[in-house]
Design a protein around this ligand. Structure first.
Ligand code: AHM
Length: 334
């Protein structure tokens, strides 16, 4: 096999910048910073079993969930790298109670704020199953030169300027979307760079896979149950039936479905009407990525990207996937 030369993440973002002559390069710098933080997280994830970083940190987050040591480590890496990069005005993390305003001269003059789930699927850490980092970037609505405020973060998903994820799997990949499209970069450990391996990702309009925690079936809304029943009967599939694939780590499930086609469902239940997933750190970024790749996402009633957030930690049901599978689901939910 010959070694092809792949463009690095930095080279790619600089090339994209050339399409916008007035661009300041701030977004490119932010993506570089997120890339750097995730390379550091990747190192820790890779040797987690060899260090005392598996298990609980000993606290619970604002959602009442146990915080893992690696959750905290990843959170601090992202927060610190983004703070010292000075290309964003502040951040907001699933693991922090409040927004973090950087409030120094350079940061106050930055156009962007970043939201992230530092380590999604963290209940899988202890068993070496694929986990990920998810991020979302908004342009500020408050004036440059002032510290950012909560209003900069509480924006509808369609106002994201970029969103992406890093998947710590059999290889480590960074995938991000802007209105120019969705591109995937695989970490080449020999040079320590993310390299463009999956240019212009398009989600197939149909797939063979559905991903859902079916143990909650009895508590799902009727339309969701009817849709799942139809999948088992083959639904509109011409041959065979669908396969259920659920890692319990949404980055893994949604990455597979993005590349191969499929649908992911995390509905509300009779006990938890809004489900489990967080609008700002999980639903919005993936809804944006799928939309830019030709897929769709909704909460059962409306496009995820149109939800007006009221709280940085609010939850939402999530249905996201290949366009035709989503349209089919919509007929059951209607
Ligand atoms: P986390 O933020 O505690 O990691 O939870 C989010 C994860 C998602 O990655 C995954 O899709 C979901 O929780 C799985 O939940 P469940 O175990 O209820 O199926």
């Amino acid at each position: 096999m010959t070694n092809k030369s792949f463009m690095t993440l930095d080279e790619f973002t600089i090339q994209q910048l050339r399409l916008f002559p007035g661009g300041t390069g701030e977004l490119s710098r932010l993506l570089r910073d997120i890339g750097l933080a995730s390379k550091r997280i990747n190192v820790e994830v890779n040797k987690a079993g060899l260090q005392d970083i598996i298990g609980n940190f000993g606290t619970t987050n604002i959602q009442g969930e146990e915080v893992k040591k690696l959750d905290m480590l990843a959170n601090n890496q992202l927060r610190n790298v983004l703070r010292s990069g000075m290309s964003c005005a502040g951040v907001c993390s699933e693991e922090e109670n409040e927004i973090i305003v950087f409030d120094d001269e350079l940061s106050n003059n930055s156009k962007y704020v970043v939201l992230f789930d530092p380590l999604d699927g963290s209940s899988n850490i202890d068993t070496n199953i694929t986990i990920g980092t998810i991020f979302s970037i908004f342009k500020r609505v408050t004036p440059l030169g002032t510290p950012c405020t909560i209003a900069d973060f509480l924006q509808e998903g369609h106002k994201q300027v970029a969103a992406g994820y890093v998947i710590y799997g059999s290889s480590t990949m960074l995938v991000y979307a802007t209105r120019l499209g969705v591109n995937g970069f695989t970490l080449d450990p020999s040079i320590g760079e993310f390299c463009l391996s999956h240019p212009e990702i398009a989600c197939p309009s149909e797939g063979n896979t559905y991903s859902v925690n079916e143990s909650n079936y009895a508590c799902f809304p009727e339309g969701v149950r009817a849709y799942l029943d139809s999948l088992k009967e083959g639904n509109r599939k011409k041959e065979g039936t669908y396969s259920l694939r659920y890692a319990g780590s949404m980055v893994a499930d949604l990455h597979r479905n993005l590349i191969k086609g499929g649908i992911f469902l995390y509905p509300g239940t009779t006990e938890k009407a809004s489900g489990k997933l967080r609008l700002m750190y999980e639903c919005n970024p993936f809804a944006y990525i799928y939309k830019m790749a030709g897929g769709k996402a909704n909460d059962g009633k409306q496009d995820i990207l149109n939800i007006v957030p009221l709280d940085i930690h609010e939850r939402s049901p999530l249905f996201v996937g290949s366009k035709e599978m989503m349209e089919d689901l919509e007929t059951f939910l209607a």
